[in-house]
Design a protein around this ligand. Sequence first.
Ligand code: ZN
Length: 164
Amino acid sequence: MSQEHNMRRVTAIRNGTVIDHIPSGQAMRVLEMLNIDKSTSVPVSMVMNVPSKKMGTKDIIKVEDRELNQDELNRLALVAPEAHVAIIRAYSVAEKMTIEVGEEVINVVRCTFSNCITTNPREPLPHRLRVVSKEPLTLRCHYCDRPQDLEKLIGNLKSNGCFL
Ligand code: ZN
């Protein structure tokens, strides 16, 4: 199936963000990571299980009238590190953004352990999680060295409305 055909599966958008090459089945998690839900006022379209030469199948998300910022890209990297992000302006790709997971994830998500030193308001430390492995993504807190559960990290976002 041609790339062009895949692109036409989702209606072209005038302005906004296209997140392509999301691992199949991860689109919902990506939306959660970006804090996009029914309270989001802009149109969001999502296609799942699109045939992909490279990946077998993939998911694609289009968010209209919204350009992802660096914070959002950093969060996206945790659930879809291979995703391709394109900013669309006037129906064409204005910017391609790369996402990557480095050696450390700083001020993106917070340690999930409530007795970690980073949760003490009198100790304003940056939130640092060490990347132990990329495939699959394994994170440990820089301070308490405990392994981080990705579902809990996402859960924090939902309960707090923000990560930090
Ligand atoms: Zn910690």
